[in-house]
Design a protein around this ligand. Structure first.
Ligand code: HEC
Ligand code: HEC
Ligand code: HEC
Ligand code: HEC
Length: 442
């Protein structure tokens, strides 16, 4: 009899403790959530595993997310990926994008495609099959197409709910999207008492306007064109956070409900070179990059070309007589444009090399790589064969054809006058040259 009572008391105690634990857990989870946000990756699985400043990469994210979990195991961490998500250049893009999508899926990411990603249409589904895929013009949720500005209700918030709102605007993309402000206003009108965090491809101007709305907007997180990451800044009561650098930065936003209102505490940081990655992810990234390199090489092999018309001779050959121009050119970023691609592991990607080398596929790069690395003289001047005494006048013509490479997408700040001043090199005097002056001296 006594034993039964003891056992009953013991059982009651256990149940009681469990109940307290559960309640405690429920209360904690209501207050302790953190968003781990990265963005603008464009399929760069390891944007910079390079010599110069190794940063970024999906593998290191795992370390960071696990670290944040370990810091506070009861806190719920929600990883979020902002657009542009996927790579749209090069023969290996499908392979890379699928690997990236699988990573996001396997880590339970909350994913939002932007205007640039929507060009993939149905293919998006091949890249990413996770449950939530909102924002942009249309997205997917549970396999269904959902409207722009999708919500995710966080599973907490008795007094006031917190909503994550994903909105992107057209920006540099070809894809026209609805006006982000109209959309934002529509959404907050549906639930004006809720708190919000808005995320996506949003211009600074748009965010400024959103901040002015009479609603509790905790934070606006955006990836915008070539804008680089800035430290979180507070405008009124809203944190404005810009992420960039092809997934090289993250922001951890801690969120809590205190004294009757939602609060957010963000901190941005580099996904730094000192971080070790997750070995399993490292291995699969390595495999994917290797496969991509093979596909690039095969495509590059097909790009070998027979020169038609006059032959390109390479910048070094011009340098023999135009020493001054050559020296100036060496100082500009044009001369190192091919090496720049190594930073992103894209030195073999034909679709990048078109603009980052000289005479690509026209008898220059990749036929004789060493001669045609960088944006050389003959990217702007005529092919060198037959000059001199060939037509120097023709060399001048068309040399301001900057726009073929300095497109809106790849060089959004391009201004011909300013940019030309930065590369200006005409000295007028050629060493060993037979110029009109020297000719008359003879
Ligand atoms: C063997 C020496 C030599 C080499 C090599 C050479 N040039 Fe010239 N280049 C000259 C001379 C000499 C003139 C100027 C003749 C004149 O002013 O009438 C000239 C003129 C020019 C001009 C026109 C300048 C002007 O004031 O009108 C351009 C542009 C030019 N060269 C570009 C190049 C480029 C690009 C290459 C390499 C593909 C190259 N040159 C290779 C000797 C050379
Ligand atoms: C064949 C393609 C191509 C052409 C043509 C071209 N550029 Fe460039 N340009 C590039 C690339 C690629 C870079 C970036 C190089 C890098 O950072 O590695 C660049 C970089 C520059 C930069 C450096 C910008 C900076 O922030 O430092 C200037 C300035 C520039 N180009 C001016 C011009 C001008 C002016 C013209 C036309 C006269 C021109 N370019 C034509 C491809 C080109
Ligand atoms: C249509 C031509 C073009 C193509 C294609 C192109 N680039 Fe560029 N890229 C440029 C120009 C022009 C610049 C210089 C932009 C500036 O400074 O205004 C540049 C700059 C860069 C830079 C350094 C500047 C920066 O801050 O980003 C990197 C890195 C780069 N490109 C990588 C790539 C990669 C990787 C690809 C292929 C996936 C690629 N580019 C394809 C034209 C191009
Ligand atoms: C990004 C394009 C670009 C590149 C790269 C470039 N040039 Fe030029 N170059 C120009 C333009 C543009 C002019 C001036 C024509 C004008 O006034 O519009 C010019 C002018 C010149 C002139 C004539 C200067 C004068 O006094 O009239 C020479 C010579 C010349 N370049 C040689 C070179 C050599 C040699 C190289 C490589 C080492 C080179 N350029 C690389 C675009 C380029």
């Amino acid at each position: 009899m006594r034993r039964h009572v003891k056992m009953l008391i013991f059982a009651a105690a256990v149940i009681g403790m469990l109940a307290i634990l559960l309640l405690f857990q429920a209360l904690r989870s209501e207050n302790e959530v953190a968003l781990f946000v990265t963005g603008g990756a464009e399929g760069f699985l390891e944007p910079c595993g390079c010599r110069t400043s190794p940063a970024g990469g999906i593998s290191r994210r795992v370390t960071l997310i696990e670290g944040a979990r370990a810091e506070n195991p009861s806190r719920k961490i929600i990883p979020v990926e902002l657009p542009p998500l996927f790579m749209d250049r090069g023969p290996a893009k499908d392979v890379i994008n699928r690997a990236f999508g699988e990573f996001l899926e396997s880590r339970g990411y909350f994913v939002s495609p932007g205007p640039g990603d929507l060009q993939f249409g149905e293919k998006l589904r091949q890249y990413y099959r996770g449950d939530y895929c909102l924002a942009g013009e249309a997205g997917f949720r549970d396999g269904e197409v959902v409207e722009l500005g999708g919500f995710k209700h966080l599973p907490f918030g008795k007094k006031g709910r917190l909503r994550l709102l994903f909105i992107s605007e057209t920006g540099l993309s070809e894809r026209k999207l609805p006006d982000p402000l109209t959309l934002f206003r529509e959404k907050i009108r549906e639930a004006p008492d809720d708190a919000y965090i808005v995320m996506g491809n949003l211009s600074p101007v748009t965010i400024q306007e959103m901040v002015k709305e009479k609603v509790r907007l905790l934070a606006a997180v955006s990836v915008w064109g070539h804008m680089v990451t800035s430290l979180p800044q507070k405008a009124d009561n809203t944190w404005a956070i810009f992420l960039g650098d092809k997934g090289r930065r993250y922001v951890l936003i801690e969120i809590g409900y205190f004294d009757g209102r939602w609060e957010a505490w963000p901190r941005t940081e580099y996904i730094g070179k000192d971080l070790k990655g997750d070995p399993t992810v490292d291995r699969s990234v390595e495999e994917t990059l290797k496969k991509a390199a093979e596909m690039n090489a095969a495509e590059l092999g097909r790009k070998l070309s027979a020169p038609s018309g006059k032959a390109f001779t390479g910048s070094a050959s011009c340098g023999r007589c135009h020493a001054k121009e050559y020296a100036v050119w060496k100082q500009t970023r044009h001369s190192s444009a091919t090496a720049t691609l190594e930073i992103d592991h894209q030195e073999g990607n034909p679709e990048c090399l078109v603009c980052h080398t000289t005479a690509f596929g026209k008898g220059g790069y990749p036929d004789r790589k060493e001669l045609f690395e960088g944006v050389g003289c003959e990217s702007c001047h005529e092919p060198g064969e037959g000059h001199p005494p060939g037509p120097q006048a023709a060399m001048k013509q068309g040399s301001r054809n900057c726009g073929s490479c300095h497109t809106r997408r790849d060089s959004p700040n391009f201004n011909e006058e300013i940019y030309f001043r930065m590369i200006e090199h005409g000295s007028g005097r050629k060493e060993g040259a037979v110029t009109p002056e020297t000719r008359s001296e003879k």
